[in-house]
Design a protein. Structure first.
Length: 359
């Protein structure tokens, strides 16, 4: 049998055996075959294999075809021995999680639960992988020579800050972590866990954590709001409304130059706000794509980014979709923070827009 096939089979068997073991924290927690999903039986094999036990983790080594090119933290003399060691190790690790976060673990995907859901378990698995990697590099640990129990004991001190972080989450904090979907969800939660460990162990700095900390302190939120809300948004608004007034006249520009569905949305927003100001004051970035497209000969050239002159029309305005997504974030920083790349995007956008619209 090829090593990579055997490793894949081992991971699947590991999870199914954990699910069958009535002494395991995972007992009856994984949805198998035709079983019905419940609050506690909310984990899935496919998701845990893809999000948690991906090829990036170092537990089982790396294989190419029939060759094992790198041993793993849980590698043993045979696949059966490695399976047994893996079962013992993950039972100990998640037994610790269950003990420290008893109410959370018991809740599963129910009210207030998070850590025993797919994203919570997957992020914990990857966190443990980073912890062992750190111990190997900085404490000269040799996990392949250790028992599962001894290896787990080395991991526990680094998991305590993670359990503290989860324990202190309020309902909004739990809701935020539960709101992450898709494969990127695990990485988002993982960085929160790694940051919690770094707060307790400053030397613990997996690749990418410094940049994540830099961005998630909110350092780019305020300058992004200043640039977007005070510069980019008002410039686009004033330029478009001015051009439409010139083209259709002061009395007709709103009716003739703006799509009906946008007129209706702006009117509804004004009514909802109970405002006496005109409907067009409720235009925002999500509306400009349709307005520019509907008045392409008048506006298209101005809103085509440099270097995009020869691409299809719909691609010329993709930057507006990104701008709207970033705007949602800098307008509501409590939901999420602005990254350095997003701030750089705003600076670049302001640079060419200012030249085109005021030059």
């Amino acid at each position: 049998m090829k090593h990579n096939t055997a490793l894949s089979a081992l991971k699947t068997r590991l999870l199914t055996d954990l699910n069958r073991d009535d002494s395991s924290p995972f007992y009856g927690r994984i949805v198998l075959a035709q079983e019905k999903r419940t609050d506690t039986r909310c984990l899935t094999l496919e998701t845990l294999l893809k999000w948690g036990f991906s090829e990036k983790v170092g537990f089982f080594g790396k294989a190419k075809g029939r060759r094992l090119v790198k041993s793993g933290y849980l590698t043993d003399v045979s696949y059966e021995a490695m399976l047994e060691k893996s079962i013992l190790f993950f039972n100990r690790v998640f037994g610790f999680i269950e003990q420290e976060l008893e109410a959370q673990w018991s809740a599963g995907s129910g009210l207030g639960g998070f850590i025993a859901m797919n994203v919570g378990v997957s992020a914990t698995i990857k966190t443990v992988d980073h912890i062992i990697d750190h111990l190997v590099k900085f404490e000269n640990l040799h996990p392949e020579d250790m028992t599962a129990e001894d290896l787990a004991e080395k991991v526990f001190p680094y998991l305590l800050p993670v359990t503290e972080f989860v324990r202190k989450l309020d309902s909004d904090g739990v809701k935020k972590l539960r709101s992450y979907f898709g494969s990127g969800a695990t990485e988002k939660v993982l960085m929160e866990f790694l940051h919690a460990i770094n707060n307790e162990f400053p030397q613990f700095k997996p690749a990418g954590l410094d940049q994540w900390i830099k961005e998630h302190t909110g350092v780019f939120n305020s300058p992004s709001w200043e640039l977007g809300h005070k510069c980019i948004e008002p410039l686009i608004h004033s330029f478009i409304t001015s051009k439409l007034r010139m083209e259709y006249g002061d009395k007709s520009w709103w009716i003739e130059g703006v799509p009906k569905d946008i007129q209706i949305k702006c009117s509804a927003a004004r009514i909802e706000a109970g405002a006496a100001e005109p409907d067009w004051n409720f235009l925002n970035t999500i509306h400009y794509d349709s307005i520019i497209t509907g008045n392409w000969s008048l506006l298209g050239t101005y809103f085509t980014p440099p270097g995009m002159e020869n691409v299809k029309r719909e691609k010329k305005l993709l930057w507006l979709n990104k701008l709207n997504a970033v705007r949602q974030r800098y307008s509501h920083p409590q939901r999420d923070t602005i990254t350095e790349d997003e701030y750089e995007f705003l600076k670049e956008t302001w640079g060419w827009l200012e030249k085109k619209l005021t030059g």
